[in-house]
Design a protein around this ligand. Structure first.
Ligand SMILES: [Fe+2]
Length: 363
């Protein structure tokens, strides 16, 4: 393969256009992010990590995903992209500053490549020490989360578990592509992404890939992107989900689950489970506009030396453990349409079961 135009280091934030901010601000607070900055036209939310923001929404006429931003390793990467795509390097006027180049991917997604953003001061969170059957690391110290049982408070006539997840950073996005191979090729040749898993569909053709950043010897997240062609192709909106790493481990994810569940205002999309590709524990929640956001923890880290693996539909959809993946997973739609869509379509697990039974009968 020829050298890519540049190699990005990581994903920084996702950008949306929204018609309103108040319901989204409320959701993101419940989801475990913190408002970093707001003005009349924009909201910026951060995690506990060093990115000045990980989610931004600009006021507009529609509710839609605009794109994602990636971190360049060097200013010369912006110069290379600027030259190749004939676009200017712009000064970033949003929090954190720096410079960026904005280009468009094959599915019309805005890709911002940023350099020189000022890092935010990370928010300190004390990690919990876990005792397991095999290893006892915590002695004479009681395991307590937040205010312990006092995290349960009565609001109106219901109990709400008040402790939220503490989102640290944005880790990846999943996008639905018109032509997944064209998308995979574009991200490889423009931003230097490497394929971690090539997903082979039931017909033997590639359905897309899980891709990671090329940082040489330095281990990075198993996937920073998941570029998939979904059944339904052109009809499906591009945005699948954004996945945010929580600060601490499993308990941080579980606290967020019970917070969202007891608040009882948001649609639970899928989880809790443990993915196969990337290995994360996951929990997916829809925001008020139907966009899916994931809490995850304990993902795989691999460096550039690891070769791509071929994975089948089962590897993709069937988690190592967890509930069946719903038919609506990965499909952006208004929240009030999800139950109907689920009732009208078989789950992906049911489709896989039928395909496997049919394959056995053919043999
Ligand atoms: Fe994910």
């Amino acid at each position: 393969m020829t050298n890519p135009i540049c190699k990005v280091a990581d994903i920084i934030y996702v950008r949306f256009e929204l018609t309103e901010f108040e319901a989204q601000k409320k959701y993101l607070n419940h989801f475990g992010m913190m408002l970093a900055h707001e003005d009349e036209n924009s909201i910026f939310f951060r995690g506990t990590g060093t990115s000045p923001y990980i989610y931004v929404a600009n006021k507009g006429k529609e509710n839609k995903y605009i794109g994602s931003a990636y971190k360049a390793n060097d200013y010369s990467d912006l110069e290379a992209l600027s030259k190749e795509f004939n676009v200017d390097i712009a000064e970033i006027t949003e929090p954190g500053g720096g410079h960026k180049v904005t280009i468009i991917d094959p599915d019309g997604i805005e890709v911002e490549v940023c350099y020189g953003m000022k890092e935010a001061e990370p928010v300190a969170v004390v990690s919990k020490v876990l005792n397991t059957g095999q290893s006892k690391q915590r002695e004479n110290e009681l395991q307590r989360f937040g205010k312990a049982a006092d995290e349960w408070q009565v609001h109106g006539d219901k109990w709400i578990y008040e402790l939220t997840s503490k989102v640290k950073r944005l880790g990846h996005t999943a996008i639905n592509c018109k032509d997944p191979q064209a998308s995979v090729d574009w991200y490889s040749s423009v931003l230097g992404f490497l394929v971690s898993n090539n997903c082979i569909g039931p017909d033997g053709n590639s359905m897309g890939a899980f891709m990671r950043c090329d940082m040489g010897d330095k281990p990075v997240d198993h996937h920073t992107m998941n570029n998939m062609g979904l059944p339904g192709g052109q009809e499906v909106l591009t945005y699948g989900h954004a996945g945010y790493e929580v600060t601490d481990s499993v308990d941080d994810l579980m606290a967020g689950h019970y917070h969202m569940k007891t608040v009882d205002e948001y649609y639970h999309e899928w989880g809790i489970g443990r993915h196969l590709l990337g290995s994360q524990m996951y929990d997916y929640w829809r925001d008020p506009h139907g966009f899916t956001h994931e809490h995850w923890t304990d993902g795989d880290l691999i460096n550039a030396s690891v070769e791509p693996e071929n994975s089948n539909f089962r590897d993709l959809a069937m988690a190592q453990y967890g509930p069946e993946v719903p038919s609506t997973f990965g499909v952006t739609m208004p929240v009030d349409q999800i139950d109907k869509a689920r009732s009208e379509n078989p789950t992906i697990a049911t489709m896989i079961k039928e395909m496997e039974i049919a394959a056995k009968q053919e043999n």
